[in-house]
Design a protein around this ligand. Structure first.
Ligand code: MN
Length: 386
């Protein structure tokens, strides 16, 4: 599916190390600075990030998408390069970051391990999408290393985390600002979302568990968040709209959204090439539009380039857990990699990859979201982007 996954139904945007906006096209990329047949000017495509394109708004996104479909196959040689040799950078200037907790199966798995015998869902969980505000400066693109973080692991003990974990997530990139003082409802929030990236929300479970009460995640989650380099337009995912899980109790007014509110994106977690789990985002209880509506409900607004992520996505079956913490029962039952080694948590030198794709559906061929991959270096080690 590799070439076909980047066919005319996809057309995801990225940015190369010269600051040119690219579109993935089969096994090539189109450099939009040199492309022909587009209304949007070269200054936008040479601006070093997608934000200038976001600012043009949904009508320009739609026009550009239909123009690309028409002209992608007949671009001049200077606008085309092999995709394999391209160096991609973080594709947009990340504004504010939020991370949700929208997978009921993940929330239940975590509570069962951490608070056995108690109600697995916090009181508010079924009434609003629970989330926290994250850190934009540590959002890194796939290919950049992650250094093992240090922190206070337990009372009186500082050191490198010994419980380094990953979280399989899908992220949504805001394309259209909601001004401060305004809000959008879930019924209208999709218009403000430009596209989707894969997210690995790195987590240091020992630092996290000591620090998080009562204000939530802080240093245990803020050291790195890896994103995939290709931003898949939300419009490309229309064939994979699916009804979301039934919501009972019915959401409050601003969280009400017509079906189909879900997205069936498949995600696979690999460590050093060994597949450990596969899950679909179709099971997320709270949709992207509901998450965005919630982010703006207090009038805080959002800006183009803001990133919000679903939270760890886990399914109900074994082999669909979106974190090592769930896969290993909080470290008690290590997973076995292809080389025979065992992991309760991520080891130095490990490469963690999340791949994303959509299966062929309703006459639409499959679509690829590419991958997000990072290698862990020892605490204090030099971090490179490869
Ligand atoms: Mn997360």
């Amino acid at each position: 599916m590799n070439d076909e996954g980047f066919g005319p139904g996809n057309l995801p945007y990225g940015v190369d190390d010269e600051g040119h906006v690219l579109v993935a096209w089969r096994d090539e990329v189109l450099d939009l600075v040199h492309a022909e047949g587009l209304d949007v000017g070269r200054d936008v495509w040479a601006s070093g990030s997608l934000n200038a394109f976001f600012d043009l708004g949904p009508a320009a996104w739609a026009t550009t998408r239909s123009q690309l479909r028409a002209v992608a196959a007949r671009q001049p040689a200077r606008a085309r390069r092999r995709r394999a040799g391209v160096r991609l950078v973080r594709p947009f200037d990340v504004g504010d970051v939020a991370d949700f907790y929208a997978s009921r199966e993940h929330a239940t798995n975590m509570a069962t391990m951490l608070r056995p015998g108690q109600d697995p869902l916090p009181e508010a969980w079924l009434h609003l999408p629970i989330g926290y505000h994250g850190r934009a400066g540590t959002v890194i693109v796939s290919g950049c290393d992650v250094a093992r973080p240090a922190g206070v692991l337990r009372a009186g003990e500082v050191g490198p985390t010994s419980r380094l974990d990953v979280e399989v997530e899908i992220g949504f990139v805001v394309g259209t600002t909601v001004p401060r003082g305004r809000s959008v409802s879930a019924a209208e929030a999709d218009r403000h979302i430009f596209g989707v990236v894969l997210v690995n929300d790195w987590s240091a479970r020992d630092i996290q568990s000591f620090e998080y009460r009562p204000l939530g995640p802080f240093l245990g989650k803020s050291f790195a968040t890896s994103v995939s380099p290709w931003v898949v337009p939300l419009a490309a995912l229309d064939p994979w709209r699916v009804p979301g899980p039934r919501q009972d109790p019915a959401p409050v007014g601003y969280l009400r959204q017509p079906e189909p509110r879900g997205l069936d994106v498949r995600l696979r977690l690999e460590v050093n090439g060994t597949p450990l789990s596969t899950v679909s985002s179709a099971g997320l209880y709270w949709s992207a539009a509901q998450q965005l509506a919630h982010l703006t409900a207090n009038g805080a607004g959002v800006r183009a380039g803001d990133l919000f992520a679903s939270g760890t996505i886990s399914g109900a079956e074994r082999g669909s857990e979106g974190s090592l913490m769930e896969l290993t029962g909080n470290g008690a039952q290590p997973v076995v990699l292809a080389d025979g080694s065992r992991r309760s948590w991520v080891a130095d030198g490990d490469t963690v990859t999340i791949r994303g794709w959509c299966e062929p559906r309703g006459g639409a061929p499959g679509l690829s979201l590419g991958e997000v991959s990072s290698t862990v270096v020892p605490c204090g080690g030099e971090v490179l982007c490869r």
